[in-house]
Ligand binder design. Structure first.
Ligand SMILES: *Cc1c(COP(=O)(O)O)cnc(C)c1O
Length: 415
């Protein structure tokens, strides 16, 4: 009988994973079998703190009774029904709850898909189709930022500014201009500027680039420019949404409400795949007309607006209210900062903290994370950047244990 670890090596192909070293004799894959709060357990009973919230998804901890109960209750009714031509109450209530979270009533419509990349693709396709059929057909270009990450499907990857994630290096299907700064955007030649359908950005902080912070005020300035040019602003809050930056959404820090807001990872509290692209009424109205005119948004996925996912998302929002989650973050954010402040390259955006080992040896990040695992901390490096982004329910004591494990790991690698 082969062990599960052996069967994994024989039959699985893991995302973002060099499979040679993974399948090598000396590597033992870590199987995660259970979780509660910030703690994950392997089948042998070893415990680990979930230092990156299971790749930036988990919000209120694993096995949260309120979310569990909501999923079970929904399961007793029905798990999934098609959203093409039918509707259901969990999605209706979730759409209302999401648009109500943003101030000013500017975002009025929720378009559901099932992951962050498709939330981005929906926004891009809506923006391009909107201008095509509403009097500005030459607006065929998206502006994205250098080092941006917006997902892995071909359409989302086209916006990416990190060569590693582009695979073949091709651009896929539509025009993208990459700029490094607002100045570069402002000084684009008029013939380029007139072709811009939308600008897309990860607000406040670029995640996969290695937790790069944007200057304060940058988002507000970008929003002003987009409004002056009447160009759409797409905010990718797939990582920053749902409390990660200390507020429900990162855009709230600068009083910005975009034309499109893309949400995924934390939407269901990190329980089920669900994503939403929020859009304005103006965008929505640009797709109305007699069906024969061909103005409809012909796009969608089979599991769009899954009933189970919507039930989990509604429960997650309830936990935010009932447990006063956002109110408790300032103390945790301050403690996380104090604990890590002296680490090299330290930076922080709310509950997202990172440090970078300054070395030409780019394997150190992986080594530190492997060493940290022995001290009971799970996280994943981005090159030599180590990220701590725990579930928001993390306790001060757990934060201390996470940083202690990280420091022990750093000491071992330095030796
Ligand atoms: C993770 C992520 C995505 C892609 O989401 P998936 O659900 O993995 O497709 C897009 N944008 C940002 C900022 C992300 O962090």
């Amino acid at each position: 009988m082969e062990s599960p670890e052996q069967l994994d090596k024989r039959h699985l192909w893991h995302p973002f994973t060099p499979m040679g070293p993974w399948c090598a004799e000396e590597h033992t894959p870590l199987i995660l079998a259970e979780g509660r709060g910030c703690v994950l357990r392997d089948p042998f009973g070893n415990e680990y703190l979930d230092g990156n919230a299971s790749i930036w998804t988990n919000v209120h901890g694993h096995n949260h009774p309120v979310i569990n109960a909501a999923i079970m209750e929904q399961l007793g009714k029905v798990a999934h029904t098609s959203f093409l031509g039918f509707t259901h109450e969990p999605a209706i209530r979730l759409a209302k709850a999401l648009v109500d979270l943003l101030p000013g009533g500017k975002l009025t419509r929720a378009f559901f898909t099932d992951n962050g990349s498709t939330a981005i693709e929906s926004a891009v396709r809506m923006a391009l189709q909107f201008w095509k059929q509403n009097g500005r057909p030459l607006r065929d270009t998206l502006v994205a930022f250098d080092r941006a990450y917006h997902g892995d499907t071909l359409g989302a990857a086209s916006l990416g500014g990190i060569p590693l994630f582009k695979g073949s290096g091709n651009d896929f299907g539509y025009r993208v201009i990459t700029v490094a700064s607002l100045d570069e955007l402002y000084t684009l030649a008029e013939e380029e500027r007139s072709r811009i359908a939308a600008v897309i950005i990860e607000p406040l902080i670029q995640g996969a680039a290695g937790m790069r912070l944007w200057p304060q005020g940058m988002l507000k300035a970008l929003d002003g420019w987009c409004q002056a040019q009447d160009v759409f602003l797409i905010l990718d809050e797939v990582m920053t949404g749902f409390g990660r930056t200390g507020k429900m959404f990162a855009c709230e820090h600068e009083g910005v409400v975009p034309d499109f807001l893309c949400l995924a990872k934390g939407l269901t509290g990190g329980y089920l795949p669900l994503a939403a692209t929020l859009a304005t009424e103006r965008v929505f109205e640009g797709f109305l007309g007699d069906p024969s005119e061909g103005r409809t948004f012909f796009y969608g996925h089979s599991y769009a607006g899954s009933q189970l996912g919507c039930a989990a998302a509604l429960a997650s929002l309830r936990v935010f209210r009932e447990e006063r989650v956002l109110e408790q973050l300032p103390a945790k954010i301050a403690r996380l900062g104090e604990l890590m402040a002296d680490l090299p390259g330290f930076r922080q955006c709310g509950m997202i903290a990172a440090m970078t080992i300054d070395s030409p040896d780019l394997s150190l990040g992986v080594q530190v994370c492997l060493a940290a695992r022995k001290h009971g901390l799970l996280t994943r490096p981005i090159g030599n950047t180590i990220v701590l982004m725990p579930p928001l329910c993390v306790t001060l004591d757990e934060l201390e244990r996470m940083v202690r494990a990280l420091r022990l790991a750093l000491d071992e690698i330095r030796e």
